[in-house]
Write a protein that binds this ligand. Structure first.
Ligand code: GTP
Ligand code: MG
Length: 206
């Protein structure tokens, strides 16, 4: 599934524009600039599919990606959709815009029936921060399954990655909706991607 070309099908600026509930959805959440869009491109081996930028606040809608070749009508629905999301935290955009998309992200995470798993991205240089813990609280409360993924692992030394992985695992161990494995990834160096791909397919099927 990850070998075929995927396509962008819809950008959702508000809850009322969500597509009808259909295929299982896997969403990517995390602070602005953590590498959500880059991870999607790396997983799909399609650089430039999701737009990325050095400027935090690049992704401003819920962007839906599905494997190509499904009409989306009747029985011919895609087997899953990946949803790139706006980040939370600091962004270079007007405050009311940021407030709007932050609310959208939180409403979607709490209330989407077909949301099967959230990939919660954490920058390997920073570890879990307050806003990340708040999002975990929300997902635990809403009983939405999530898995923590460390991003930009190429920016710290391998022993530090290992240490952070085990510290992070300790922090999420008691969280009811957290998947009890942490993956370290680098979209830049294509590391950890097969593990995430396998977990996504498993989550979508479950
Ligand atoms: P927003 O949409 O603004 O919330 O950001 P995002 O989380 O989608 O981040 P994005 O994928 O746009 O990446 C932000 C910046 O981090 C870009 O300059 C990327 O090139 C860089 N980046 C992403 N992943 C990696 C990685 O694995 N390693 C390194 N070194 N840089 C990365
Ligand atoms: Mg983005």
């Amino acid at each position: 599934l990850f070998k075929r070309p995927w396509v962008f099908i819809r950008g959702v600026p508000a809850m009322k524009f969500l597509p009808p509930e259909g295929p299982p959805e896997i969403a990517f959440a995390g602070r602005s600039n953590v590498g959500k869009s880059s991870l999607i491109n790396a997983l799909l081996e399609q650089g430039g599919l999701a737009r990325t930028s050095n400027t935090p606040g690049r992704t401003q809608e819920l962007n839906y990606f599905v494997p190509g070749g499904f009409s989306g009508e009747g029985e011919d629905l895609p087997p899953l959709a990946l949803v790139d999301m706006p980040g939370y935290g600091f962004a270079q955009a007007p405050k009311d815009e940021v407030d709007r998309w932050t609310k959208l992200v939180f409403d979607y995470l709490k209330g989407r029936v077909t949301l099967k798993r959230v990939y919660l991205l954490i920058d390997a240089r920073h570890g879990i921060m307050k806003r990340d813990a708040d999002v975990m609280d929300l997902l635990d409360k809403a009983a939405v399954s999530y898995q923590v993924v460390l991003t930009k692992a190429d920016k710290i030394k391998p022993p530090a990655v290992l240490r952070l992985k085990s510290e992070t695992l300790d922090k999420i161990r008691k969280r009811p909706a957290a998947f009890p494995e942490v993956v370290a990834t680098s979209s830049e160096k294509s590391e950890g991607l097969d593990e995430v791909r396998a977990a996504i397919l498993f989550a979508a099927a479950g």
